[in-house]
Design a protein around this ligand. Structure first.
Ligand code: GAL
Length: 401
């Protein structure tokens, strides 16, 4: 075949084949629309990073109290989520039962308590026969569990991927999405298969957020097997920015701020970059005992406003020069959020120029440092700041019109 004929054939074939490929991931019987309840990244707290399986209703109540009274609720946090190990057995009719020793009042009473504080309530389950912690999973009980959750007042479900054998992730998450949508209650679906089954290709129609990696650990740069440091996870997010947006977010895992393994400077960098990534901001520390320093990081309203920006565009790393990076996130109305990030062992003067920000060189802009709150007025051409070792300077740049 002559080359131009081959090209013409390929072009026609592409036109015919493309729609089939595009729809391959769209349905699997999921015809009820996904509720629009995560138009900005969900914010809340989850028990796992601090407590693992050592969780009970007293701790959850204390966290809900703290979230409501400490200013976290005012800053936008709303979901109180119990992770693995709340489950114990199933009753004769298959209804999932909470551990009676740790949750003697039952999950509904706990959800009612959380709701009474003006907050929302979340639970964890798993698409396999067992959860990662060995408790009963939802396989074969998806619709019954979804109805039970709805009757208890659950607003958010984190759905894990242990003990699933050789099964298809898209199909399994579709089943639970369908069950939740038919449960009669709007429930956020947080997909947790660690990015193993290419969720970027199918998860956006199914869940509200999906994990992109294995678990985070409370460390700046030290990885340990399955659990990964802040830096390791951050690097895995670099190419994922096209996948994320309102009601469908990349989830680089929960926050470690306040858990003790990093310095305050490192935690500020962690929080800044998660906000740049439009990550769900799910605190993972004990809110009932947190220090003022931790509280002030988690409730920085200027940084949270970047995370919650309604345009929903995840930041891109536009400069990578060894240990020095510039991350940029476009915001609604033309502002830019910028993080100058210094991974090195020494402080460094760093700059970003207007060309990198796609702004005309002569344009004046106000630059607000979102941690120090200092504002530089009418800046032209570039912005420069001293960035501490292992630190981030995060600014909001507002062009003058
Ligand atoms: C992991 C998950 C963690 C936590 C844990 C509970 O698979 O990534 O975030 O939920 O299971 O066992």
């Amino acid at each position: 075949m002559k080359p131009f004929k081959l090209l013409a054939l390929l072009a026609v074939t592409a036109v015919i084949v493309a729609p089939v490929v595009a729809t391959a991931h769209e349905n699997l019987g999921l015809d009820t629309p996904k509720p629009k309840i995560a138009m900005t990244p969900p914010m809340g707290w989850n028990s796992w990073n601090k407590f693992q399986c050592n969780i009970d209703e007293g701790k959850v109540r204390a966290v809900a109290d703290a979230m409501a009274s400490s200013g976290m609720k005012d800053a936008g946090y709303q979901y109180v989520v119990i992770d693995d190990c709340w489950q114990k057995t199933r009753s004769a009719d298959g209804t999932i039962q909470a551990d009676p020793e740790r949750f003697p009042a039952g999950i509904k009473a706990l959800a009612d308590y959380v709701h009474s504080k003006g907050l929302k309530f979340g639970l964890y389950s798993d698409a396999g026969a067992k959860t990662c912690g060995g408790r009963p999973g939802s396989r074969g009980y998806e619709f019954q569990d979804a109805r039970t959750y709805a009757s208890w007042g659950v607003d958010y479900l984190k759905y894990d991927w242990c003990y699933t054998g050789p099964s298809n992730a898209e199909a399994n998450y579709t089943t639970m999405a369908k069950a939740l949508r038919e449960s009669g209650r709007d429930i956020v679906l947080s997909i947790c298969e660690w990015g193993d089954n290419k969720p970027r290709e199918w998860a956006a129609n199914i869940g509200h957020q999906w994990r992109t990696t294995g678990d985070i650990r409370d460390s700046w740069g030290k990885d340990e097997g399955w659990s990964h440091s802040f830096l390791w996870i951050l690097d895995k997010q670099v190419d994922l920015w096209p996948d994320s947006g309102p009601n469908h977010w990349n989830d680089p895992d929960m926050l470690e701020v306040g858990n003790g393994g990093m310095t305050a400077t490192e935690y500020r960098a962690h929080f800044s970059l998660w906000a740049m990534l439009a990550a769900p901001l799910i605190a993972g520390n004990d809110l009932s005992t947190m220090t003022t320093e931790t509280h002030d990081i988690l409730t920085n309203k200027d940084v949270i406003a970047i995370d919650q920006d309604v345009l929903g565009q995840q930041a891109r790393r536009l400069v990578k020069d060894g240990d020095f990076e510039v991350w940029v996130r476009p915001l609604k109305g033309g502002d830019r959020a910028v993080v100058l990030f210094n991974r090195s062992e020494a402080a460094k003067s760093m700059s970003v120029d207007w060309e990198t920000l796609q702004m005309p060189d002569g344009l004046k802009a106000d630059v607000k440092d979102l941690w120090s709150k200092a504002v530089a007025k009418n800046v032209k051409g570039k912005f420069t700041a001293d960035v501490p070792s292992h630190g981030a300077v995060m600014v909001r740049i507002t062009p003058k019109v």
